[in-house]
Design a protein. Structure first.
Length: 95
């Protein structure tokens, strides 16, 4: 898989602009995304993914997920659970 670099000092106005920027980068590497489905995680990923799906005329799917915080530190995210009982847990051990 090819990677790309961009100016890390670039300032983007909003997530829509970030989506347009990212879709141009993807297009410059891959050309087209035939048979692709763009998947977004709300809330922040939706406006970005929308712009990408528009650029490639690809369907947009929303994946609702809920973060799971560590028991002693809820701000430390150790996993997530999504629709249809799909889940991911990091192997984090508390001391």
């Amino acid at each position: 898989m090819q990677s790309f670099q961009f100016d890390t000092n670039a300032v983007l106005k909003n997530r829509q602009e970030a989506g347009r920027f990212l879709s141009k980068k993807i297009k410059s590497i891959l050309g087209s995304l035939s048979d692709a489905v763009i998947v977004a995680l709300p809330p922040g990923g939706v406006p970005i993914a929308f712009e990408i799906s528009e650029e490639f005329s690809a369907p947009l799917s929303i994946l609702a997920a809920r973060k799971i915080g560590a028991p002693s530190c809820p701000d430390l995210i150790i996993g997530a659970i999504a629709e249809e009982e799909h889940h991911t847990i990091d192997d984090v051990r508390e001391n």
